[in-house]
Design a protein around this ligand. Structure first.
Ligand code: VG1
Ligand code: CO
Length: 542
């Protein structure tokens, strides 16, 4: 049996997990001991895993294979009994969440920097998910960070990790490594939740689909489900092979990075239904023929129609959205007579609500939607739920969205991102806003008046934990909102996100930036964005 090595190391001071795990440049992760220190800190933060099962996989980006092999050797040295690893080191984030739950694993390690670019100059990430399949809650990530600052050694098995490209079981020290098909369990779950026959019938009636996997992890999943199982023609899935550098693109399914899809969908002869996912497969972009659907609207429409899919036929227990996400879903919840919870940004805050059975669906404005089927947001799941609904209603996406707005009114919504801003300038801007909160009420943006301003704090109704400083909110007298927060997923400088929302009952077909113009002007002026960041325009508008 290979000996266990104890390797002396010194701490890195910057291993603080952000909104979704630890994300850094590849060059940072490639430093000797960097990944090992963090993985050992994860294990050190956990208790009672001896002999238990760990799930391991990633989005296939540059460094994925190397870190998978390191993690296997470290899991063996630290006493795990079994590791379920996706073939080739591949598991989408939602698939990993499902595998953890289905196989009753102790937890899982997911290697991903999600929507961030990949390749040698790009980003890498590691995150720990607990036995419920969800991202570790803050009390665990805080402990991981604390331990990473005092670590002195890590344990690793001497000798090579086994081949991860062939299915089946192999021994690594005293541990079993089981290489699993990354798609099979996930596909079986989708077949339970959705009516594949109804979707097949819609295809036979002529429904056409384009799915852009952005050269990221969802390619194999989308091909197996959309093309092989549902019978959409080959070529329905584009950019369907996961590449270590995502083909040089930014695997972020928004109107900037999925521009080709957007243009195709807006053209007269485009397909009926278009979608894209991100690096690790947990985000979704939905665009109907000549109808973009904002993620916030998508959540609302899915909540209003989910009962049309077999997995949700009994209706919804409740819903939740992250605080900056628009209030469109709140209106649906009110009509359904169910509760709508408001959480801080990041999927880890939905976990307790899902585990407690308080909610069935949840989502974020950042192209994340999910349900109680796993404990992560799930890109392909959202696409299938949409397809199931479209097929049942025999309606176009455009007709559905327009009818929804006529019925509920429209929450105009946009997010302005200022990327790679000087960190000190960004912190200064947030501090000035925070300090200025008491003076904001009463100020005017066009015809709207600020009625309240605060820094969002969340009290978790399930475990009683409190989380503060989750974003500066300005509320207006007509229900409009402006929100400022700093990103917790970036790896260079700071990213300022400004979220702008305005509700309109009747005038539902304006251009979004125009409808929001007064609020945008007010948001820029109040935070002195141009003066403090040196930026006149956002880097990305979604
Ligand atoms: C962003 C999004 C947030 C999402 C997070 C992880 O975080 O705003 O809604 O949960 O990314 O998504 P931030 O802190 O940069 O705003 V993923 O698909 O990158 O794991
Ligand atoms: Co992601």
């Amino acid at each position: 049996m290979s000996p266990i090595l104890t390797v002396a190391t010194t701490p890195f001071s910057d291993q603080k997990p952000g909104t979704s795990g630890l994300r850094k440049k590849v060059t940072v992760f490639a430093q000797p001991h960097y990944a090992e220190n963090f993985i050992q800190s994860i294990f050190n933060a956990l208790e009672g895993y001896a002999g238990k099962t760990l799930v391991l996989g990633g989005d296939g980006r540059f460094l994925n294979r190397e870190v998978i092999k390191t993690a296997l050797r470290m899991a063996a040295a630290n006493g795990f009994g079994r590791v379920l690893v996706g073939r080739g080191g591949i598991l989408s984030t939602p698939a990993a969440s499902h595998v953890i739950r289905k196989h009753g694993a102790f937890g899982g390690i997911i290697l991903s920097a999600s929507h961030n670019p990949g390749g040698p100059e790009g980003d890498f990430g590691i995150k720990y998910n607990a036995g419920n399949g969800g991202p570790a809650p803050e009390k665990i990530t805080d402990r991981i960070f604390a331990l990473s600052k005092t670590i002195t050694a890590y344990k690793i098995l001497d000798g090579a990790a086994p081949d991860i490209d062939r299915l089946g079981e192999k021994k690594l020290g005293g541990m079993v490594v089981e290489v699993i098909d990354p798609v099979a369990d996930y596909q079986a779950l989708m077949e339970q939740l959705f009516d594949f026959d109804v979707i097949r019938s819609a295809r036979q009636r002529g429904l056409t689909v384009r799915f852009d996997a952005m050269s990221a992890v969802t390619g194999p999943y989308a091909k197996a489900i959309l093309e092989d199982a549902l019978g959409f023609p080959r070529g329905t899935v584009v950019n369907g092979t996961p590449l270590p550098d995502f083909g040089g693109h930014h695997p972020d399914p928004n109107l900037v990075h999925a521009k080709d899809l957007y243009e195709l969908m807006m053209s007269a002869d485009g397909p009926d239904f278009g979608a894209a996912s991100d690096g690790d497969g947990d985000r979704n972009l939905i665009i109907g023929k000549q109808q973009f659907v904002t993620p916030s609207d998508s959540l609302a429409l899915l909540a209003a129609n989910a009962h049309l899919a077999p997995g949700y036929g009994k209706g919804l227990a409740g819903v939740a959205r992250s605080m900056p996400t628009s209030g469109a879903v709140d209106r649906v919840a009110a009509r359904l007579g169910i509760k709508c919870y408001e959480t801080p940004t990041g999927w880890k805050f939905f976990g307790n609500l899902l585990d407690a059975g308080l909610i069935t669906l949840c989502g974020e404005e950042s192209a994340g939607t999910g349900s109680n089927h796993v404990r992560e947001k799930d890109g392909l799941w959202a696409v299938l739920l949409w397809l199931n609904i479209v097929a049942r209603r025999q309606d176009s996406v455009r007709a559905m969205v327009q009818a929804h707005w006529r019925d509920y009114g429209r929450n105009y919504y946009s997010r302005h991102d200022y990327e790679e801003v000087d960190a000190e300038a960004a912190n200064g801007l947030m501090k000035a806003l925070r300090d200025g909160l008491p003076g904001l009420a009463g100020r005017k943006a066009g015809a709207m008046t600020v009625t309240a301003a605060d820094d969002f704090a969340y009290h978790d109704p399930v475990d009683g934990s409190d989380t503060g400083q989750q974003g500066i909110r300005l509320h207006f007298d007509d229900g409009s909102r402006v929100i400022y927060r700093l990103s917790g997923t970036g790896t260079a400088g700071a990213t300022l996100r400004v979220y702008i929302e305005k509700f309109e009952q009747h005038d539902i077909n304006q251009e979004t930036q125009k409808a929001l113009a007064d609020l945008i002007r007010f948001a820029n002026g109040t935070a002195e964005i141009a003066r403090r960041t040196g930026r006149k325009t956002p880097s990305v508008i979604t």
